[in-house]
Design a binder for this molecule. Structure first.
Ligand SMILES: [Zn+2]
Length: 117
């Protein structure tokens, strides 16, 4: 039977808790980020359930790959986690989120560069 999105979020949260000592907090208007200094991943619970799942997968990748902070690596690694933990299959929404996130990250980098010196 296929793992549901709810189950996948629970499995991921338990995995981060048990294997990485990182706590997942689902809170309204949270930042969608991993905070290594306090060992917390925050996910915005006002997003749709599937987007919460995809975002948690991405942040879980940051936890595992830390201190490698590459956005591209984290998105690629998310797909491995799905396979290894047998989680809910990824849809085209995941690919869209991945593409948009990498794009906005590159745009920010570009802006930083053009404001340097
Ligand atoms: Zn990221």
């Amino acid at each position: 039977m296929m793992t549901s999105i709810e189950e996948s979020i629970n499995i991921l949260s338990s995995f981060l808790h048990n294997e990485c000592d990182v706590e997942v907090r689902l809170e309204e208007s949270a930042d969608n980020a991993y905070f290594p200094s306090i060992a917390v991943v925050e996910i915005d619970s006002s997003m749709g359930l599937e987007e919460q799942y995809h975002t948690l997968l991405h942040e879980a990748s940051h936890v595992i790959l830390h201190p490698d902070t590459s956005e591209e690596h984290a998105w690629l690694f998310a797909e491995k986690i799905v396979e290894n933990l047998n989680l809910c299959s990824l849809t085209e929404n995941f690919l869209r989120l991945k593409k948009e996130s990498i794009q906005s990250y590159s745009n920010n980098k570009l802006q930083e560069k053009t404001h340097e010196g």
